[in-house]
Ligand binder design. Structure first.
Ligand SMILES: [Zn+2]
Length: 252
């Protein structure tokens, strides 16, 4: 935080997980640093992360959506809507039968700017749906709503109902003694919450977390809390907060 301030930084661009980690530590120490905006991308941005970032950096968070294959790019406007950049690629939203859908479907893109390795109608495992009508910001670029997380990391309760990663974040609200966390599904209705604890973490924090999950997320899951020393990032440096590790999930 001191280095950011000394550099005269006005913007912060980072992964949601790493900027949240910085904001959370700053908040613990009562530090704030007013910026003009925080720009996040590459991982799903959860409401709890946005709230903490906006509080510590006293500005709006603008999230963008893109991927290494570069077949779609969308960025949030000041009203929080994701506008696609039509000069970047042609984007379709297709169902599992490759038919256009107005519901959530797979993001399929054709690049306009990659002459060396053009990808044609390349399907990403992200899901999104079209948002109809015009945006209050006045921009006419089409809007999409993203489903949080990758399809392959969707978690389910014991009845096979999909549980939104954004909803899982509610269980962590107000729990101060958790440094890092990760939620994984290991079996039918069996989840494990991996927690890197702060020094003050007690059994009471575990119980509060479990009660929150039952109350705010679902009572149709068996959840265990496992304390760990650290949580690994992917080789790209990204962090997977929600992790589907049950082979049976592929048949859901
Ligand atoms: Zn807009």
């Amino acid at each position: 935080m001191n280095a950011l301030q000394a550099s005269g930084a006005q913007f912060l661009r980072a992964y949601p997980s790493s900027s949240f980690e910085l904001a959370r530590l700053a908040d613990q120490q009562g530090l704030t640093l007013p910026l003009r905006s925080v720009v996040t991308g590459s991982e799903p941005l959860y409401p709890l992360q946005r709230e903490m970032l906006e509080q510590v950096f006293s500005c709006k968070v603008f999230d963008f959506y893109g991927m290494a294959e570069r077949v779609a790019y969308a960025a949030q406007c000041e009203h929080g809507h994701y506008h696609l950049n039509p000069e970047y690629s042609w984007v379709e939203i297709l169902d599992e039968h490759d038919k256009p859908t107005d519901d959530f479907g797979f993001v399929v893109g054709t690049t306009f700017h990659n002459d060396v390795m053009p990808l044609l109608r390349y399907r990403i495992s992200d899901q999104a749906r079209w948002v109809k009508g015009t945006c209050t910001c006045g921009r006419s670029y089409p809007r999409i709503e993203l489903s949080s997380g990758k399809v392959e990391d969707q978690l389910f309760d014991r009845e096979g109902t999909a549980v939104s990663a954004s909803v899982i974040t509610f269980a962590f609200k107000g729990l101060a003694n958790i440094r890092k966390s990760q939620v994984a599904q290991l079996g039918l209705g069996e989840w494990e919450v991996r927690v890197v604890p702060e020094t003050g973490f007690t059994e009471g924090d575990s119980q509060a977390l479990l009660a929150n999950i039952e109350h705010h997320v679902s009572d149709k899951i068996k959840v265990k809390v496992r304390l760990v020393d650290d949580l690994a990032r992917l080789p790209s440096g990204k962090f997977k907060w929600v992790s589907q590790e049950w082979p049976g999930a592929r048949r859901m």
